[in-house]
Write a protein of this length. Structure first.
Length: 299
């Protein structure tokens, strides 16, 4: 990513192709309806958003989900649907792997050819009683997905469609956000918590081989999204959806220090992403807004 990534990010996600550097920290854009997940393809300078359109369906069963691409092509801003209406219900947990886009669409994992828009089911977890999945992360060629309502995490092999439950040394409280730490060979997990009234979700480290669970820091909340970048763990907190600071925070894994990434109001900070350069891209679900946050904080 070049030194003008901030402008490139604006071009990608705000559909405003510019050549000069813009002197600001935050960028805001409208989203195509209710967006719950976003991923940026840094090699192509485009972004992909999973949206349900202008009518939010909390059940995610009505076939209204669409993947929307936004970026620049031939020097012009472009925003267009990748998938056809009816192909998806509620695309979440967007990831990129092996040239394909992947999404958790309720009980199934799908791959999406971003050129043709073809959607293929690579794993069906309804066989295990899973009705919805919330996040996904890759560890080599295997994928881990979370199922909040089942209080479980599953390991999936998309090439074969096989999956298995990851056994844990203690019960999980509504696991949502996942991210893989390749250096330590561990899975980070953030929990939504045990019920709607208590912000008791934890941030955890999980060894998939042994099932050993360890708490990371003492921060508690109703956590949604999770990302790891250069020894810093980023997380979004639904408990802070209407109060600031705190909708998105970061934790230094060496010191355990937690601080807010943004002081902007975000109602429903969901499944965000962090680029290699530390640019944080957050969809605020209920605001129908997208925030791009440069690493340097505003004064």
């Amino acid at each position: 990513m070049n030194k003008y990534f901030l402008v490139s990010a604006c071009a990608v996600l705000l559909s405003a192709c510019e050549s000069q550097k813009v002197q600001t920290t935050y960028y805001e854009a409208d989203t195509p309806g209710y967006v719950e997940s976003i991923v940026v393809d840094e090699s192509r300078q485009v972004g992909y958003m999973g949206t349900q359109g202008d009518k939010l369906d909390m059940t995610g069963r009505k076939g209204k989900g669409v993947i929307v691409m936004t970026g620049c092509e031939n020097g012009a801003p472009v925003r267009r649907p990748v998938t056809k209406p009816g192909a998806l219900h509620s695309p979440r947990a967007l990831t990129l792997h092996g040239g394909l886009l992947y999404a958790a669409d309720r009980s199934r994992i799908v791959s999406i050819d971003t050129k043709s828009g073809k959607v293929s089911t690579v794993a069906d977890l309804s066989k295990a009683g899973v009705e919805a999945m919330h996040d996904a992360t890759w560890a080599g060629d295997r994928m881990f997905v979370s199922a909040q309502s089942k209080n479980r995490i599953y390991e999936v092999n998309p090439s074969t469609g096989k999956f298995s439950e990851v056994k844990t040394s203690e019960p999980l409280r509504g696991p949502k956000g996942l991210t893989w730490d390749d250096g330590e060979g561990r899975l980070f997990v953030c929990e939504y918590g045990s019920n709607e009234n208590a912000a008791d979700g934890r941030i955890l480290s999980l060894d998939p081989a042994t099932g050993t669970v360890a708490t990371v820091g003492g921060h508690r909340g109703k956590f949604i999204g999770l990302a790891l970048n250069k020894g810093v763990l980023y997380f979004s907190d639904w408990n802070k959806k209407s109060r600031q600071p705190g909708a998105v925070c970061k934790m230094d894994l060496k010191t355990g220090k937690v601080e807010p990434v943004t002081r902007k109001h975000m109602n429903g900070a969901a499944d965000f992403c962090v680029t290699k350069d530390g640019v944080v891209v957050v969809p605020a679900l209920f605001d129908k807004k997208l925030w791009i946050i440069y690493p340097k904080q505003e004064d």
